[in-house]
Ligand binder design. Structure first.
Ligand SMILES: Cc1cc2nc3c(=O)[nH]c(=O)nc-3n(C[C@H](O)[C@H](O)[C@H](O)COP(=O)(O)O)c2cc1C
Length: 163
């Protein structure tokens, strides 16, 4: 099978996660193509499954990540699993009200499921479980064990795919 791993990134952390996902896809014996959602490609993404992810920016996955999902050819992808992944941190204080600071988890955790539900709303087959990898600081690096988490998640997802 062939997987597409599409990512957005500002500081490189989500790209690193995307590459770890791709490495695991290869390790599990599949083909993979990694795409940056900000770049133009001569052909639309084509594959048997898709990972799409971006950084959590103010409680939503980055706009370019959403745009990628918005532009995805539903007819071509509707029966293929789509997995949403995200890098997450802590909402910067300057963007948060006192109430939000207290409930920061909600802001951190809701963004990837929101994109998953958006994908479902478009008729795509978005997988329930999302992959979240934390960064230590706004610009990274990823938390220790973050890439291993991404690889384990990917391996487990591939194990559940019909051969
Ligand atoms: C303007 C801004 C807003 C952010 N908002 C959130 C947020 O709401 N929730 C969250 O978990 N992380 C937030 N972060 C942290 C980002 O998730 C972090 O920068 C990102 O995961 C890094 O990934 P990248 O290197 O791929 O850009 C924010 C970061 C910035 C710069």
């Amino acid at each position: 099978m062939k997987g597409i791993v599409a990512y957005d990134t500002y500081y490189g952390n989500t790209k690193t996660v995307a590459e770890a996902i791709a490495e695991q896809i290869r390790a599990d014996g599949h083909e993979v193509e990694v795409r940056n959602v900000r770049e133009k490609y001569p052909t639309p993404p084509q594959g048997d499954f898709l990972f799409v992810g971006g950084p959590n920016r103010i409680a939503h996955l980055s706009r370019k990540t959403k745009k990628f999902v918005k532009k995805l050819d539903v007819a071509a992808w509707k029966d293929k699993p789509v997995v949403v992944f995200a890098t997450i941190g802590k909402l910067p204080d300057e963007y948060a009200t006192e109430k939000e600071k207290a409930g920061v988890q909600k802001w951190v955790l809701a963004a990837a499921p929101e994109l998953r539900d958006f994908a479902r709303g478009r008729g795509l087959n978005a997988v329930e479980e999302v992959l979240l990898v934390q960064v230590k600081d706004l610009k990274g690096p990823l938390v220790d064990g973050g890439l291993e988490l991404a690889k384990e998640f990917t391996h487990s997802f591939l194990g559940k795919l019909k051969k």
